[in-house]
Design a protein around this ligand. Structure first.
Ligand code: NAI
Length: 333
């Protein structure tokens, strides 16, 4: 079976190459992304394997269907880049990997906070230049601080438990609270506004939707304590970047750690070091000493990549055999 693989990165080749059953698949790895312009390259492939920045709109899906493709396999959880309705009308199945490693994302969120708070990134650069001074490196204990968790799904629950391990007080908000879990781990549920007002550290673990777009904005930042830290490993558009820059300039926030950025598409996942950065808001964010940014890498652990490859290859083999796709992976049915 031929599978056209788009936006391929070296780690994709490595992990898909180690997955049992992958030798039954003839992979056509492409470094470029799939969209209506590049879709002709899928001709003859029974399936395409895509990531978050491939654009599978109706025009692209029509080309895939015309070229003989029957399956779109997303190697991620989010599917906002696929026109599911059009796919269904064209008879294309769409599968995704709903959960690969919530631990990977939660641990990265905490890692970002520790790095930013204890200024480990700055200390590392200093020491490499044989500057062993400690000026400007004062952080704070997480012990006894109040951590706010917005969203206690798979990732938020693990992040909350890790913070409890530091003996932080954890306040959480979720329209569907996990009450038994909260009692077991000493986590207190309250409303989102109380979380915002009370926390020293706020970590976002909610999906992006029309309801949560810019959930952190000028008004919500103003509600937060002076000196509070914000961590976002969820989706860039949860934060109004213009308001974030204003509140950083005013000195109201203590620090901000981001793995996602509102306008990351076309910037993150690629090496732009040889070009001038054209995004003025990202450029401004990078000038703040109390802002730490990683380029959407929270998922990037060996365990997560192995799971993404296992589920995706499993679905390819199901297509080949004509058996049902792995449970919970098919969209739009
Ligand atoms: P999940 O679906 O298990 O949990 C999301 C939780 O948020 C649910 O419990 C839901 O009830 C809650 N929620 C929804 N709207 C809310 C609101 N307005 N206030 C409070 N809670 C709300 O999702 P999961 O797997 O925990 O993922 C969370 C986020 O992490 C997603 O946005 C996902 O896109 C992002 N993510 C980021 C990755 C990265 O590499 N940076 C990798 C994987 C996921």
């Amino acid at each position: 079976m031929i599978v056209a693989f788009y936006d391929t990165k070296p780690y994709d080749r490595e992990f898909f190459g180690q997955t049992p059953g992958e030798d039954r698949v003839a992979w056509r790895f492409h470094d470029f992304r799939l969209n209506a312009t590049t879709a002709a390259t899928s001709k003859g492939a029974e399936a395409v394997c895509v990531f978050v920045n491939d654009c599978l709109d109706r025009a692209c899906l029509e080309m895939l269907a015309r070229g003989g493709t029957r399956l779109v396999a997303l190697r991620c959880a989010g599917f906002n880049n696929v026109d599911i309705k059009a796919a269904r009308e064209l008879g294309l199945s769409v599968v995704r990997v709903p959960a690969y490693s919530p631990h990977a994302v939660a641990e990265h969120a905490v890692g970002l906070l520790l790095t930013l708070n204890r200024k480990i990134h700055r200390a590392h650069n200093r020491v490499r230049e044989h500057n062993f001074s400690l000026g400007g490196l004062v952080g704070f204990d997480l012990h006894g601080k109040t951590v706010g968790i917005l969203g206690t799904g798979k990732i938020g629950r693990i992040a909350a438990q890790i913070f409890r391990g530091f003996d932080s007080r954890v306040l959480a908000s979720d329209p569907f609270p996990s009450r038994d879990w909260a009692v077991k781990h000493g986590i207190e549920y309250t409303d989102a506004q109380s979380v915002l007002r009370s926390c020293d550290i706020l970590s976002l673990h909610i999906p992006l939707s029309p309801d949560t777009h810019h959930v952190l904005n000028e008004r919500s930042f103003a509600e937060m304590k002076r000196g509070a830290y914000v961590i976002n490993t969820s989706r860039g558009k949860l934060i109004d970047t213009t308001a974030l820059i204003a509140v950083l300039k005013s000195g109201h926030l203590g620090g901000v750690a981001l793995d996602v950025y509102e306008e990351e598409e076309g910037i993150f996942f690629e090496d732009h070091s040889g070009h001038l950065l054209q995004d003025d808001e990202l450029s401004r964010l990078l000038t703040f000493p109390n802002v730490l940014i990683t380029a959407h890498q929270a998922f990037l652990t060996r365990e997560a990549l192995a799971e993404i490859a296992r589920v995706t290859v499993g679905n390819m083999l199901a297509l080949e055999k004509g058996t049902p796709f792995l449970e919970g992976t098919e969209l739009g049915i």
